[in-house]
Design a protein around this ligand. Structure first.
Ligand SMILES: [Zn+2]
Ligand SMILES: [Zn+2]
Length: 755
């Protein structure tokens, strides 16, 4: 049988995979499945490239995970799908031994099948013990206080091993030989149940109490692996409505934890790749398409056709969900986008609105939020890189990087550090505007210096002068007396996307997002950049418009609407739409702001352009979280495109400006919001096609938060591939500002080389 080798899988496997017969094992599987490609050792573990059809590759992936040689241990298996390059056979290649291993610290690993079987077996001494782990699984990054990774350098140091555990630790034949966090009910961490006041409840089985309360409608704060979750019955509309009120979180979707994969499948569609992600060692939240017959209430993710799903990833979660037998909402225990709360003393204050708290006495050394992943059009997209992925390094190929700290962007912040040929991205930190997040940002930088025994020789940061991360970087560089390079926001997006796709030559980057400081001091966000790592040129952009109240427009899509309508100079008919959105006084105030430029920003932001159309069509006029208006506009399209609206392109100083005013004039007359949504998405795809054809660069990268929009991403990819371009997007690095820090490192490193 000839296989249709259209897809290439790239898979980086970490763990004990060298010198244990892993490469011959991969080879045998590949040959059996008639897969072409190669396998080689690299400093991070083993890297596999495999070409076949999608289905065979997914089967192959599953075999790599489940049929590995007995002495191999897989701690992480990261994969992405690409265009095939035409391998003609399968080979075991010479190892790539460039680079050192010093930058590899382990991420936390979901409970392994052996440990799961043990905690369910009444004859085992770890039956029902919520802190069971082994060398194959358990906490790592979240319990390390220092290197090397030995028990005294973890938050388990306060627990001395009982005789049975000590014997396991010493026995080379045992599954727990040198398992640093091993423990049992006799010698390890214990659960406690707390009242809202912080007072401990005297009860023999805190877990059973928590389960009882959750079933009765309570909101319970549960201390997990990388922080606290607020947990409530996912079927209980009243409890969830109360949770929304208490968290002042009106619409932003909640994640759901299910007892097992079968129950996920009852409520959502799960394809093979999604199942591999859900059940993998990283155990992220996977965004899945909800089934229409799912009876979970809409309040979990209002108006959203997808649902963020995860499976239990610690014995504690597993035991709890098994007892509950129902899905629960598990949302991070915080108010805004700040890091997860990690300490019970802090939790009693920060999560004072929880009814009760289920806590334990194993300290969490550093926060790690749940990672968020999805599959779009047969590609992987990591939207939030945190637990399970951080702080695994990215290898930078043949590059030799300076020791650099990159402070990222202010929204969805992560930081990154580099050394030699690795780049380590931190776990997701949050929006630095929140004091807790800014504290965590500083803590993570100090933490990374210590954990990696590393200090920077230079600093890279965003150009935005009022970013917290920017000001911090300047102070840091001054104090350490080291050079600093400012990197333009969208150039960093572009570099991050080039990097993960191994691109070196010139590309056209479509970088569309909400806000990024431009080299001309205006707010960019609908950009087409041509160039490479060291330099790039802005070759095209959306026509700018005014934002009355500048930053206030993020929460009020109607302000973006006013901006584009004013630019379009529509007649009286369209002013009806403005009268619906504003009181006469408001309208007058904002129009005069636009006229005078006072408290007004000029922007080319594609994110705000989405907001404008969302508001004009009446889909969303007030936004309760970043990206809500755009998300609702996408959902309104129902996965389909319509005919594109008209637009024009004109030249200003050698740059193409996309004039969207004809489109807005049509949209203002459209009655049906669903049609607006479909035609608007098609218009954006068409704009990208037109610019791509005019620029004529064969490689196109798509980056920026706007490409979290699966409809836009999928349709743009398809259209550009059809037009004969090579199209690259993000799979392992977030397309949003979570990927900025890594991009900053690459741009700054290349600029340094060029002097
Ligand atoms: Zn285990
Ligand atoms: Zn013990």
């Amino acid at each position: 049988m000839i296989k249709d080798k259209t897809t290439r899988l790239i898979c980086q496997i970490r763990g004990v995979v060298q010198g244990v017969g892993f490469r011959p094992f991969v080879y045998r599987q590949a040959v059996e499945l008639e897969i072409c490609g190669q396998v080689l050792n690299n400093p991070a573990g083993v890297i596999v490239e495999a070409e076949s059809d999608r289905q065979t590759l997914e089967l192959f992936l599953n075999r790599l995970r489940t049929e590995a040689p007995p002495s191999a241990r897989i701690f992480s298996l990261e994969f992405s799908f690409h265009q095939s390059v035409g391998y003609s056979d399968f080979q075991i290649c010479r190892s790539d031994d460039s680079g050192k291993k010093m930058f590899t610290l382990l991420s936390d690993i979901a409970t392994c099948p052996d440990c799961l079987a043990e905690i369910q077996d009444p004859s085992e001494r770890r039956f029902a013990y919520p802190f069971t782990n082994c060398t194959q699984c358990g906490p790592r990054f979240t319990i390390m206080t220092d290197i090397p990774y030995d028990r005294p350098n973890t938050s388990m140091k306060g627990f001395s091993l009982c005789a049975d555990c000590a014997a396991e630790y010493e026995n080379p034949q045992d599954r727990r030989f040198h398992a640093q966090p091993l423990a049992c009910a006799r010698c390890g961490p214990q659960l406690t149940y707390l009242l809202q006041s912080g007072e401990a409840v005297d009860c023999p089985d805190p877990l059973a109490r928590a389960v009882e309360d959750i079933l009765a409608g309570a909101i319970v704060a549960v201390k997990g692996l990388g922080g606290f979750h607020l947990i409530a019955d996912a079927r209980n509309r009243k409890a969830l409505e109360r949770l929304r009120r208490l968290k002042t979180r009106e619409y932003k979707p909640f994640a759901v934890m299910f007892p097992d994969i079968a129950m996920v499948q009852k409520h959502c569609f799960v394809n093979a790749s999604e199942e591999i992600l859900l059940t993998g060692a990283e155990a992220p939240i996977v965004l899945l398409e909800k089934r229409v017959d799912s009876d979970l209430p809409d309040v979990i993710a209002p108006g959203n056709p997808s649902l963020g799903c995860m499976l239990p990833y610690t014995p504690l979660h597993f035991l709890m969900l098994a007892k509950l037998g129902i899905p629960v909402v598990a949302t991070s225990g915080n108010l805004v986008d700040e890091p997860m709360c990690t300490d019970e003393g802090e939790a009693v204050h920060r999560l004072a609105f929880a009814d009760t708290l289920l806590v334990h006495d194993r300290p969490i050394v550093r926060h790690a939020d749940d990672s968020v992943v999805r599959v779009v059009d047969d590609q992987i997209q990591i939207l939030r890189r945190a637990r399970g992925y951080a702080p695994l390094p990215f290898l930078a190929g043949a590059r030799k990087l300076p020791r650099m700290l990159a402070t990222g962007a202010d929204i969805k912040n992560t930081i990154a550090i580099s050394h030699d040929n690795s780049i380590v991205m931190s776990q997701h930190i949050g929006d630095l505007e929140a004091p807790e997040a800014f504290d965590a940002f500083q803590r993570v930088i100090t933490d990374f210096k210590k954990l990696f025994s590393w200090a920077p020789d230079m600093v890279a940061t965003d150009m935005h002068p009022s970013y917290f991360s920017h000001r911090y970087a300047h102070a840091f560089a001054k104090e350490a007396n080291i050079p600093l390079i400012e990197v333009q926001h969208h150039h960093a997006h572009m570099a991050a996307c080039m990097f993960e796709n191994n691109l070196e030559d010139e590309v056209l980057a479509v970088t569309w997002d909400g806000t990024g400081y431009g080299t001309d001091g205006t707010v960019w966000g609908g950009e087409f950049l041509k160039g490479s790592y060291a330099t790039c040129e802005r070759v095209a952009h959306l026509l700018p418009f005014g934002l009355a109240g500048a930053d206030a427009a993020v929460r009020e899509p109607r302000r973006s609407a006013l901006g584009v309508i004013s630019e379009t100079q529509l007649d009286s008919r369209e002013s009806i739409c403005l009268q619906e959105m504003f009181t006469p006084d408001e309208l007058q105030g904002m129009q005069s702001m636009l006229a005078t430029g006072m408290h007004t920003a000029r922007t080319t932001s594609a994110g705000r352009f989405f907001d404008a159309v969302s508001a004009i069509s009446g889909i969303c006029r007030k936004s309760t979280f970043e990206g809500q208006a755009a998300m609702m506009l996408q959902h309104a399209a129902g996965g389909q495109l319509g005919a594109p609206y008209p637009f024009e392109v004109f030249e200003v100083e050698g740059k193409s400006v996309i004039d969207w005013r004809p489109a807005i004039a049509s949209i203002a007359q459209e009655k049906d919001a669903r049609i607006v949504a479909r035609r608007f998405h098609a218009t954006l795809v068409e704009m990208i096609r037109v610019v791509a054809a005019a620029v004529g660069c064969s490689q196109i990268v798509l980056s920026g938060g706007v490409f979290q929009n699966a409809l836009l991403l999928g349709q743009t990819r398809r259209a550009l591939l059809n037009d004969g371009f090579e199209v690259y997007s993000h799979q392992r690095i977030p397309p949003n500002d979570g990927g900025i820090a890594l991009g900053q490192i690459l741009v700054a490193a290349h600029q340094k080389v060029r002097g």
